[in-house]
Design a protein around this ligand. Structure first.
Ligand SMILES: C[S@@+](CC[C@H](N)C(=O)[O-])C[C@H]1O[C@@H](n2cnc3c(N)ncnc32)[C@H](O)[C@@H]1O
Length: 213
């Protein structure tokens, strides 16, 4: 992922923000040093935003679509209610195994359920209106389907956050299938009366939507 703000500004913002705890730092370092496509990790800026939103919502049950090494799931598990649940979806066996190792080390591990398989199949097993927050961060071409499914699964008043909605800025002039899908979805969300939304230029763009009806 190419940053859309300068590295110096990015470093300043990170320095002025809450630091992740030791396990999240370990996940981050491991991912950067040992995993292919390490830039897929969400990291501290997005993590802080997810934690802040979970706290504001007093979230109990959250959905994490795209586990990778487990960063976003672990982040949310830290701050949701003591009896809360993070349901995280992953279809890559290597990623699932890495995440499972880190989840086992977390003191919040009992809150996390790791669902192995295509996320669209996993999502079908959950009850409607049962989640406080959903974080969409898996394959980009499926984002429109995830968005529609999340509108069923998240409660009215709950929040859906879609990562990478700037796709390194390429949504301005979409040429790849991913940038075209994300641009079209952004245009749709803007006009969708079921939500109120804003596109936050944090990292690669977070589309934040609150379900209204
Ligand atoms: C961008 S990474 C997720 C990053 C993670 N949320 C974090 O905070 O670091 C996307 C992940 O989604 C997984 N993925 C891609 N397509 C998927 C699908 N159809 N179902 C489930 N997982 C999928 C990939 O294997 C990858 O691990």
């Amino acid at each position: 992922m190419t940053g859309i703000i300068s590295p110096a500004i990015q470093a300043y913002c990170s320095g002025q923000s809450a630091e992740p705890g030791p396990l999240l730092k370990e996940v981050f370092d491991y991912t950067l040093n040992q995993m292919e496509n390490s830039s897929m990790i969400s990291g501290a800026e997005v993590g802080n935003f997810l934690q802040f939103t979970c706290r504001l919502l007093k979230a109990v049950k959250v959905l994490d679509i795209g586990t990778f090494s487990g960063y976003s799931a672990l982040t949310m598990a830290e701050v949701i209610a003591d009896d809360g649940e993070v349901h995280t979806c992953e279809m890559d066996l290597k990623h699932k195994n890495v995440a499972a190792r880190f989840f086992a080390k977390s003191k919040y591990k009992t809150k996390i359920s790791l669902h192995f398989g295509p996320a669209r199949d996993t999502l079908k097993q959950f009850a409607a209106d049962s989640f406080d927050l959903a974080f969409i961060d898996a394959d980009k071409v499926s984002y429109p389907a995830y968005y529609e499914l999340c509108l069923e699964l998240v409660k009215i008043g709950g929040v859906i956050i879609l990562d990478n909605m700037l796709w390194s800025g390429t949504v301005l002039n979409p040429v790849t299938p991913e940038s075209a899908v994300l641009r079209k979805l952004g245009d749709k969300i803007r006009l969708d009366e079921r939500v109120i939304n804003f596109l936050l230029p944090l990292r690669d763009g977070l589309m934040v939507c609150q379900r209204l009806k």
